[in-house]
Design a protein around this ligand. Structure first.
Ligand code: FEO
Ligand code: CA
Ligand code: CA
Length: 679
């Protein structure tokens, strides 16, 4: 008799369902990084130029996905983005940004609602099951089919970005990270007994969506376009044909019986966060890809990536033998990549860019170095994993698309090593700052591979790119507390790293200063010369998360009686004025997850306030603050995913209310009177 997989106990604020379906109960497994790398304490030591988007920008409707904001701004001005100092007026204002950040913070709560500050409105933009492709049927929870799902908006939305196609029209890109079959289907009894149709629906609900949206009158509200041609609308799923590019394309490590050339992978999986490029494409990140595979040979490399040796939790190997690694051992090497997708060409083939390495990619955000080379920052979201960056060999040339589209195929992949400047004995693991008053220090970017040249002894370039974690182990990278989003501030040039949590940490170091780190922290990194291509940097920790009443927390020195509690920072974004926005995943303080905003310069640095909370059981993803600061988009992922919830006993009815089933959805928040957000 088949039973549901056990819902293992788990730490922090995540439900057991989230743990099981999102990352295959990664928290309950052994730590995959068993390298001898010390925790570092011991080391001491958009296409603005194309397709009318520029015109849209000139009309003031350009919206910027945080990661590339510098690049887009720079491109628009015809200059390398800058890592600029604030203009005197802004600096004098004390805050960071013309409009400041004035709103009444939302109090922590457990409501089954998307709660926003007084004076703001919110509405869903697109929900799981909404028709995407013309001819798609309306959503019908009780009568789902794979054919319908492949034409409808997928499940669990994560990364969100926007490409303007006019002043009041835009393309919305959304990742569909994972499926939760126990919430999608009544009576779901686990992978082994899943019906073929349930498995196919799950595959079709993964991937990503491109949908056209339009502004509602002259407000900050945006709505799904539901009529007319919608020529850009697209669904990408676990079965969409893709191609490899870059130095590992065609490698023996990527060859399978179905693809003897090693160049044409099928589908993308567990796409979490992402970024955009200055030439107007999406970079979407395959994160916990390991859980979809079964019967992996217990090689050191597979172990390092946590590849299951038994059956997969969803049972996909029953329908598609490529997921059975006892038969097709290299198939798993074809996942765990950054995938580039052109939202303006629904017929384009998504490209897995092998030069950016293979790991549990949280995201990839781009900026330009001082000399115009493209830089992509990336986190590997697992406990004790590493922070990476890629620097292209050639420079970005505004408007020269054919050239720019080769930039992510040749360059150098680096991994970060952090060193603290305080004696190790002063880092006591409680979050109490050392005698110099700051968790801070310096660091270096260690090269792993440049094009086809490996910098790691004993590994070829292809091995470094396919088994990047193993390569990073060998060069002494610093084990971090779950590195998620890494984003560059478009105004200051500083780089921010969200470190979500790590309850397995037993030895603190200055960059990961708490043992049993339940609430996470945010690290600020300033590249030497404020140049994104630099190989050394300085860093500090402006935010040690938790309840501000907890002495082990830190809000950049700001008065802790005036800040909001925050736990488990995950996705980062910046508004036009360089204020940092932080979404959370797994609030371990007992309230719902949310979105927070914090100035990072001036008198208000550290004044963190909660801008919204998401409904019960949900996580806040993909925050996007539009360039005109009139709209905030958030992906409300897995509403109602709490222990014991099922379709017969739903824990949330968001967004449709009544006795409806919860539906992961993208929502927009705007000022009811049309003002700028936080102004
Ligand atoms: Fe999918 Fe790293 O959260
Ligand atoms: Ca210090
Ligand atoms: Ca995430």
């Amino acid at each position: 008799m088949t039973k549901l997989l056990p819902l293992l106990s788990h730490k922090g604020g995540r439900s057991a369902l989230t743990c099981r379906f999102r990352c295959g109960d990664a928290c309950s497994h052994e730590v995959a990084n068993t390298s001898g790398n010390p925790y570092f304490g011991d080391i001491a030591a958009r296409a603005l130029s194309r397709r009318g988007v520029l015109r849209a920008g000139a009309l003031g409707a350009v919206v910027v996905s945080a990661g590339v904001a510098g690049g887009l701004a720079g491109a628009a001005a015809g200059a390398v983005p800058a890592a600029a100092e604030p203009d005197p007026e802004t600096a004098a204002a004390g805050g960071w940004g013309r409009g400041g950040l004035r709103f009444t913070p939302v109090a922590p709560n457990t409501a089954d609602a998307l709660t926003v500050p007084p004076g703001y409105s919110t509405a869903p933009v697109v929900r799981w099951g909404d028709p995407v492709l013309p001819g798609a049927p309306a959503f019908d929870f009780a009568n789902q089919t794979a054919e319908a799902q492949a034409m409808q908006f997928g499940y669990n939305c994560d990364f969100v970005t926007i490409f303007p196609v006019g002043r009041d029209r835009a393309l919305l890109w959304v990742n569909h990270e994972y499926t939760d079959e126990a919430m999608m289907f009544r009576g779901y009894a686990g992978g082994a007994s899943a019906t073929d149709e349930q498995i196919r629906i799950g595959m079709a609900a993964h991937g990503g969506s491109v949908v056209e949206i339009r502004r509602v009158r002259d407000t900050g509200q945006w709505q799904l376009v539901t009529r007319g041609r919608r020529r850009y609308n697209r669904r990408i799923t676990a079965t969409t044909p893709m191609r490899f590019s870059g130095p590992a394309a065609g490698s023996d490590l990527l060859k399978t019986a179905a693809d003897p050339q090693g160049t044409t992978p099928i589908g993308m999986l567990n796409n979490c966060a992402g970024g955009t490029t200055p030439w107007g494409t999406v970079l979407t990140a395959e994160e916990n890809f390991n859980q979809y595979f079964a019967k992996g040979p217990a090689t050191p490399e597979n172990t390092r990536y946590g590849i299951p040796t038994g059956p997969s939790s969803r049972g996909w190997e029953r329908l598609e033998e490529r997921f059975d690694l006892s038969r097709h051992p290299n198939e798993v090497n074809r996942f765990g990549w950054i995938v580039e997708i052109d939202p303006f060409d629904p017929d384009s083939t998504p490209v897995k860019r092998t030069a950016l390495g293979r790991f549990a990619h949280e995201g990839a955000t781009t900026t330009l170095a001082r000399d115009g080379r493209l830089v992509a920052y990336m986190g590997d979201d697992s406990r004790f994993e590493y922070v990476y960056k890629f620097v292209s060999k050639e420079r970005y040339i505004p408007g020269f698309d054919r050239h720019n589209r080769t930039l992510l195929d040749e360059g150098t992949l680096y991994v970060a090593r952090f060193a603290g400047d305080s004696p190790a004995a002063e880092i006591d693991g409680t979050g109490k700052p050392p005698a110099d008053g700051a968790f801070d220090g310096t660091g270096e970017w260690i090269p792993l591979v440049t094009g086809k040249e490996s910098h790691v002894p004993g590994m070829t370039a292809e091995q470094v790119l396919v088994f990047t974690r193993t390569a990073a182990d060998k060069v002494g990278a610093t084990k971090m507390d779950r590195p998620e989003d890494v984003e560059r501030n478009p105004v200051t040039g500083a780089v921010y790293i969200a470190l979500t949590n790590n309850t397995r940490r037993v030895t603190a170091d200055e960059a990961n200063p708490r043992v049993n780190n339940k609430h996470g922290h945010v690290l600020e990194l300033v590249e030497k010369g404020n140049d994104a291509a630099a190989t050394t940097f300085a860093w500090s920790i402006p935010l040690v998360c938790g309840d501000p009443g907890d002495p082990g927390t830190y809000f950049a020195g700001f008065d802790k009686t005036k800040v909001s509690p925050i736990s488990c920072p995950d996705n980062l974004a910046f508004d036009r004025d360089g204020n940092l926005w932080i979404s959370t995943d797994g609030n371990a303080l007992g309230a719902n997850d949310g979105l927070f905003a914090m100035p990072v310069r001036g008198r208000e640095r550290g004044h963190l306030r909660q801008f919204l909370t998401v409904p019960r059981g949900a996580e806040t993803c993909g925050p996007l603050i539009t360039q005109d600061r009139r709209s905030v988009f958030v992906a409300v992922q897995h509403p109602g995913e709490v222990d014991g919830a099922t379709p017969d006993n739903p824990a949330s009815h968001w967004p449709d209310g009544g006795d409806s089933q919860p539906r992961p959805s993208v929502a927009v928040v705007w000022h009811t009177e049309g003002r700028e957000i936080g102004a």
